[in-house]
Design a protein around this ligand. Structure first.
Ligand SMILES: [Zn+2]
Ligand SMILES: [Zn+2]
Length: 277
């Protein structure tokens, strides 16, 4: 990648549940999945919502039979962030190695993921998939290196907990902060600290300010809170993420425009969006 340190691609941007109706397909109907690649073309994945299925197919095509080494960082275990795992094709290749990582969640990672493929939820048991698998929880304050990427999880205010990730690579910073509700000052401070000077800040913006009034405590934020965070953290580019299932393309264009009036460098994340930094 000529001069590019990091490339990101969105494979799922929808919150809560997939919404593949035609009126949503400009922004996309798949749930959370983000691909990040460094200059050496090493690929790390954030969340395994339904969007990870198409990413898995792409990885299989690229590998053309060669082993795939994929690292999947999960924010938390709500359905919309793990439902694509059984459909991630590289899991079924014996030559492949899939690492699952998470921040500190208070739950054993392996056991929790095995649960979603246990009888009678899926015909293949997670213990029987062909790829080699490993599981790693990163303690709060810790970090993981993948080539020249450094990935640091931090806690987010969300029912049952969630982790955001600050991803650094040779001076480029990407922050992935979905499933977050603003308003708890200690948590807001942690997020703001980890979002400092992000080149790209990906932020939960599920609700409009009016919708938020009837969804307090549901664990999500508004585009307006995302804008305030972007300003406070001096982010360069804000990407609104985890779109509400009820927001069709027209609603999303309006939300994106409203946010741009207050923070010019804002994009409503859409499936297929690529940025190279
Ligand atoms: Zn979610
Ligand atoms: Zn959630």
């Amino acid at each position: 990648m000529d001069g590019t340190q990091v490339r990101i691609k969105f494979w799922g941007v929808r919150g809560s549940t997939p919404t593949p109706q035609i009126e949503n397909l400009k922004f996309g109907g798949n749930t959370s999945c983000l691909e990040v690649r460094n200059g050496a073309n090493e690929c790390v994945i954030f969340d395994a919502g339904s969007g990870i299925r198409a990413l898995g197919q792409t990885l299989m095509q690229e590998a053309a039979g060669a082993p795939i080494d994929a690292k999947i960082f999960l924010t938390h275990f709500h359905w919309d962030h793990i439902q694509g795992i059984p459909f991630f094709a590289p899991l079924y290749g014996p030559q492949n190695h899939i690492s699952f990582l998470s921040g500190s969640t208070g739950r054993p990672l392996q056991e929790t993921l095995e649960g979603q493929m246990a009888k009678p939820y899926f015909p293949i048991d997670f213990g029987q998939v062909a790829a080699k698998r490993d599981f790693q929880q990163i303690e709060t304050g810790g970090s993981i290196k993948v080539g020249d990427l450094t990935i640091r999880p931090f806690p987010l205010n969300h029912p049952q907990g969630a982790s955001g990730y600050r991803i650094e690579c040779k001076g480029v910073v990407i922050v992935y902060a979905t499933d977050y509700e603003h308003g708890v000052s200690e948590s807001d401070a942690v997020l703001c600290e980890h979002a400092q000077n992000a080149n790209i800040l990906i932020c939960d913006a599920q609700y409009t300010p009016a919708e938020y009034e009837t969804h307090r405590g549901w664990g999500h934020s508004t585009w307006q809170n995302a804008v305030l965070l972007a300003r406070e953290a001096r982010a360069e580019h804000l990407m609104l993420f985890h779109h509400d299932p009820s927001h069709d393309d027209q609603a999303m264009m309006q939300i994106s425009q409203n946010a741009r009036m207050q923070f010019e460098n804002t994009t409503g994340a859409w499936e297929g969006f690529v940025a190279a930094l």
